[in-house]
Write a protein that binds this ligand. Sequence first.
Ligand code: GLY
Length: 585
Amino acid sequence: MMNYKSGLKKGSPINKAGSFLLKMSVAWLLMLTLFLQPGYAQGLAAQSNEGPYRKGMVVCATPNASQVGIDILKKGGNAVDAAVAVQFALEVTHPEAGNIGGGGFMVYRSASGETNTLDFREKAPAMASENMYLDSAGNVIPDMSLYTHQASGVPGSVDGMVEAHRKFGKLKWTDLVQPAIDLAHNGFKISKRLASALNEERNGFIKLNPGKTYLLKEGGWHEGDLLVQEDLAKTLALIRDKGRDGFYSGVVADQLVEEMKNGKGIITKSDLENYHSVWRKAITGNYKDYKIITMPPPSSGGVALLQLLQSVENYPLHQWGHNQDSTVQLMVEAERRVYADRSKYLGDPDFYKVPVDSLLNPAYNKMRMSSFNWNAATPSASIQPGAFVGYESDQTTHYSIVDSEGNAVSITTTLNDSFGSKIFVGGAGFLLNNEMDDFSSKPGVPNMFGLVGGKANSIQPGKRMLSSMTPTIIEKDGKLFMVVGTPGGATIITSVFQTILNVIDFGQAMQQAVDAKRFHHQWLPDEVAVEKGAMENAEKSRLQQKGYKIIDRGSIGRVDAILITPQGFYEGGADPRGDDTKLGY
Ligand code: GLY
């Protein structure tokens, strides 16, 4: 500072420029300090050079589906119209997660603050039974709940879209389904990622679909190849023309039931006719100055997310820093306890009394964290699901959309595994889910995500299997603040948790918060899964010395989110781990 001053004559042009620069630097420093305070993320977001967009934004798993969604918004459709169109476009362009053969959840917030959630999760068929995946010795039959015709729950997505549109839609249904039909009929150029996913599944498709040729290509798929899906286009045309009846009765229902008969599956016509999605009251909670609006059971996601936020709220995460050892340690210990609770208490509320109020009691979560010791990892073996003082008496994908009025939709849907059961409905061209694996086939035996469960999530006819999907909307000062969610099985909850903290506590802009490397702990197995680059080696070894088992793993989650800046601009975060695309206008 001294040198700078002494070397220049007062009043010289250079000095004037220098003093201007000095003032600017001080101003920038002040602004930076301000923006780096927790809660000022909106300010940082406004600094980003995206957009500016304030009329509408769609963030989803493929560029084609994002384009479909933004086109609907530009034509005057609202966020729900765009969601319906995106949902069907993803069926065509994102076959890994579908999803007319699957199900999902929607969290909705209107521009005026009205909230609602729609549960279009799959249901166990009427012929399902508690021990259906066990052999005569009572052991789980490997892969039966995953890659057989009996692995599928009754699909819910088509009913969900019809219901969402009936309640909130503005544009004509047929106009919302048509873009997907065009994509299936005319084809679309596949990405490198989809080409390699399809090539990887080739043997599975052949083995599980004798005589069928869906998604196969002689010589393998390459980036830029055109993928045409004629049977799927016909199915979508029936849904366009007949709505719910185009799927749950008539030709498609016949095809699905025929497929079941051919493969010893148990979904019947009456299962299809009886499927109905359910409007459920959103669960809400506060985190600092923010109101979290999220999915109730049969998702475990909303309850677990609110428990996690309560568990870390009173600690100075911002001061410790993003992905620093203290931050990671605290979050992991919270995750350990919350996933233990998930294993015992979460299930379909229509069949099991889920103690939501007890789990979301701040005193309960504080008590759970009281056994946490900074000097050493708490072994998961020593943590059991909590006991309440008062038990109250009585390959997934996500998209986030905001329209010009400020209506917001957060939807996560799933087939469960990538490409679901990998079994196509012959003649109808779509894949079936293997969501039955999300039930607990046997108490204490882990499912494909390593998650364990018990009675709350046991198989019963007509019951919905527990999910981790966590579509979430956040308000600040009564205004829309963020729309967020992700696929990723058991890691969904912790990915959403981290993304929210990244913005609120660590002051990251939306894209930065989505890009940031992630880690995950789920009680059992007792290990911290860490994305490459998530933590410095020094941070890792400090945790290892305390007894944490750290394992490296591939990408965790694919978060697609939208942040609303204080100026009302929409700032997207599309996950670079996939082909995820944000489009605004
Ligand atoms: N199928 C993954 C989930 O719903 O959590």
